[in-house]
Design a protein around this ligand. Structure first.
Ligand SMILES: Nc1ncnc2c1ncn2[C@@H]1O[C@H](COP(=O)(O)OP(=O)(O)OP(=O)(O)O)[C@@H](O)[C@H]1O
Length: 732
């Protein structure tokens, strides 16, 4: 379909009104027509840009009414309406009033006007009379005036000029008329052609309108379709937007998840880095462990071989162990028999030694012995007011201990002036079972006593008594000081008994022990562990047929430990101290007897035994004249009682000695003193007796020491029979 430019139509809508309108150009009508032809040509149907038809130029002056001078309208023609527009009045500005051109003379055209200017187009030719040039003088040019002949006068001159001019104008007008006629002819041809074109265009326009209607219908349909498509698109868009929002949400979720995943990844990377470091470390450790495992496996292999060897040895050892166990059982049996034999032999040795033995102990020199509180080696004076200190060498008695190997001898020397004035030197040598020098310790003394103490656990009656003058160290030897190092024979013996009893438990022995502590003062018995007043209560000594000695109304305390015995000794000492405040120096003037009775039974052998340990601290043995008690009735009585009891002791020992020599019917005077009667069972031939002779080291006590030494020698030389064990077996 050819696309023609749309013509302006009053009934068309806005879009159609906007189409360009065809117009004829007055200046280039031919060109316009050519362009119209071109536009109508079929070859221009290739959708060229729409072109506006140039308006048809008005080449003619508008027709004017000859009388009114108004423009005459172009006569109507049949056919299409003229496409020209009436040109505006050009001459209104020319200064020449058209009323002056009522003759229709053709307007003169200035030589410069070529007729191309719209306002200077050719005027319609008229055949009227020439116009006077009055009205045109104002518009004439100087050139025209210059070409006219020079008049005679001013008026002739102007007239001629006007005549010339009119003539020229006439000629020009004729030429214009001719040209106009030709132009009109051409214009008419053009109009015809235009009309033909217009018709054709009208037809095309009609076709185009119908086509347009169709297109509009199609357009409507297309619009509807477009609307539907738009709606669909809108719906799709909404769906897509929803989808997009969903996807955005999804994307945000995924981004969040991604961020979390990234964080997790970072964490995992950190963990992986840590794990890598750990793995590296573990690898190093693994290598180390592998090496160690290798070494250990080698060791295991070596140990395994050693183990195999050991297993063989173990079997051998088990066999040997079995043999050894059998041997142990045999040895145990032998040990038991050996222990019985040992006890038998031990007591045989004790019996062979004699059942009464004597130890001699010399105490060291004390500061109090020198009267100064301090010992001095020389007898230098300390001033006129202080007492003269006793010289140590002079104070000491001449005591010598020649037996450095067995410590059995003591030699006492004394020099005196004879009646003739000569110095007489006396020397006495004594021999005992053991002599302890001044520097001997409590433990050394007890070492010799301990065997006796142990005998009481074997069922023997043992009696240890300390003999000596006052201050010779009897109490120190028997009871001792407060420190463990200075503990005396009584606590040590008790400890020994408890220790041996504990040891014998493994051999089936079970022991029960009890103790009592008595004092004999002026032949009166007092209970040192009781609560009664001293010397008031009457206690009686009783011996039963089994050889057991008891004292009525005294406290017999069951003993469970050595420490308990120490506290009992302390109680006894405090009671003696209280009594001593009432009666001067009571402890020195009385005998104290500690008795420990022990009973044992052996569940393995069925043996039972009962023994006693008597530890006696005798009163001072000084003679009457030395004691200074001659003028004091009480001291005299004390001394007489002490001497009587000590003499009785000597008599008993002597009688026992004589009896041991074969005088079987010899009377033993036990009843001569409470002391001997109390110790009857411990002094008889069935008992083991130890006398510890305590000596003072002082020269002034030398005579008393000699008396004690002689008494001890007498005792030591006495054989009072063989000690007998008080035991029996269940079978007997
Ligand atoms: N071997 C010794 N080592 C050190 N000091 C001793 C020794 N023997 C005795 N004494 C001291 O000698 C002093 C007298 O001793 P002790 O009282 O034992 O004598 P005693 O014979 O018991 O006197 P008494 O008959 O008056 O009781 C005490 O001060 C005691 O400490």
């Amino acid at each position: 379909m050819s696309r023609l430019p749309r013509l302006q139509s009053h009934s068309s809508d806005d879009r159609i009104q906007q189409q360009p309108t065809f117009s004829l150009s007055s200046s280039s009508s031919s060109t316009t027509m050519n362009s119209l032809k071109r536009k109508a040509a079929p070859e221009d149907t290739a959708d060229p840009p729409r072109k506006r038809l140039a308006p048809i130029p008005e080449t003619k002056q508008p027709l004017q009414d000859s009388k009114t001078g108004t423009n005459l309208a172009v006569p109507k023609r049949s056919g299409p309406p003229p496409l020209t527009r009436p040109l505006p009045t050009q001459l209104a500005t020319a200064g020449i009033r058209r009323t002056q051109r009522a003759t229709s003379a053709p307007p003169t055209r200035p030589p410069s006007a070529s007729g191309s200017r719209p306002g200077s187009g050719p005027s319609r030719p008229t055949g009227g009379p020439k116009r006077p040039a009055v009205g045109r003088a104002a518009s004439g040019s100087g050139a025209a005036g210059a070409a006219a002949p020079k008049p005679n006068g001013p008026f002739d001159f102007n007239f001629l000029a006007l005549e010339n001019r009119v003539a020229s104008v006439e000629s020009a007008r004729e030429a214009d008329v001719a040209r106009l006629a030709a132009d009109m002819q051409a214009e008419r041809a053009k109009v015809a052609e235009l009309q033909a074109n217009h018709f054709a265009l009208s037809q095309e326009l009609t076709a185009a309108r119908s086509q347009e209607i169709n297109q509009r219908r199609e357009l409507g349909i297309a619009s509807n379709e477009l609307e539907q498509i738009k709606r669909r698109h809108a719906n799709q868009l909404a769906d897509m937007e929803m989808d997009m929002s969903r996807k955005d949400r999804k994307v945000r979720e995924l981004e969040e998840e991604l961020r979390n995943c990234k964080e997790d990844l970072e964490r995992e990377r950190g963990t992986v880095a840590t794990l890598k470091a750990t793995v590296a470390q573990q690898s190093t450790s693994h290598i180390t462990f592998t090496t160690q495992i290798g070494a250990l496996q080698a060791q295991i292999a070596a140990l395994q071989s050693t183990l195999n060897v050991g297993a063989g040895q173990k079997t051998q050892l088990e066999f040997e162990l079995e043999k050894a166990n059998k041997r142990i059982e045999e040895l145990k049996e032998e040990t038991l028999q050996g222990e019985t034999l040992r006890r038998k032999l031990h007591n045989m040795v004790q019996e062979l030694k004699g059942n009464i033995r004597v130890f001699c102990r010399v105490r060291p020199l004390l500061p109090s012995d020198l009267g100064t509180g301090t010992l001095t080696k020389s007898g230098s004076s300390r001033g006129s007011n202080t007492p003269e200190p006793i010289d140590e060498e002079k104070a000491k008695a001449d005591l010598v201990y020649p037996d450095k190997l067995d410590h059995r001898e003591i030699v006492v020397s004394s020099s005196s002036e004879s009646a003739t004035g000569q110095e007489r030197k006396d020397q006495w040598a004594f021999s005992f079972d053991r002599v302890f020098e001044p520097d001997s310790t409590q433990s050394e003394v007890f070492e010799e006593v301990s065997q006796l103490a142990q005998s009481c656990t074997d069922g023997y009656n043992v009696c240890v008594f300390a003999y000596g003058q006052t201050g010779s160290g009897k109490s120190f030897t028997m009871e001792g000081g407060s420190s463990p190092a200075t503990a005396g024979m009584i606590p040590r013996a008790v400890e020994q008994v408890f220790r041996v009893a504990e040891e014998l438990k493994t051999k089936g022995w079970q022991y029960t022990m009890e103790g009592q502590m008595l004092e004999i003062y002026n032949e009166t018995i007092n209970d040192l562990l009781g609560k009664g007043e001293f010397d008031k209560k009457k206690h009686e000594i009783k011996h039963d047929k089994s050889g057991r000695t008891t004292v009525t109304d005294v406290n017999v305390i069951p003993l469970t430990s050595a420490s308990q015995v120490r506290s009992l000794l302390a109680i006894a000492q405090s009671r003696r101290t209280v009594a001593a405040t009432l009666m001067n120096e009571r402890s020195s003037r009385s005998h104290s007897v500690f008795t420990l009775r022990i009973r044992g039974s052996n569940s393995m052998t069925g043996e039972t035994c009962e023994g006693s340990l008597n530890l006696v601290d005798l009163a001072g043995s000084e003679r009457l004249e030395k004691s200074g008690a001659g003028s004091d009735k009480d001291r005299l009585r004390e001394t007489q009682n002490i001497n009587r009891s000590l003499s009785a002791l000597g008599d008993v020992i002597a009688a026992l000695g004589e009896k041991g020599e074969g005088k079987g019917d010899k009377h033993i005077p036990y009843r001569n003193s409470k002391l001997t009667y109390l110790l009857q069972n411990s002094l008889s031939g069935n008992s083991k007796t130890l006398m510890v002779l305590n000596l003072s080291p002082l020269q002034t006590h030398l005579n008393e020491s000699l008396c004690s030494l002689r008494f001890a020698t007498k005792v030591n030389n006495t054989t009072i029979g063989t000690a007998k064990k008080q035991s029996k077996t269940s079978s007997s």
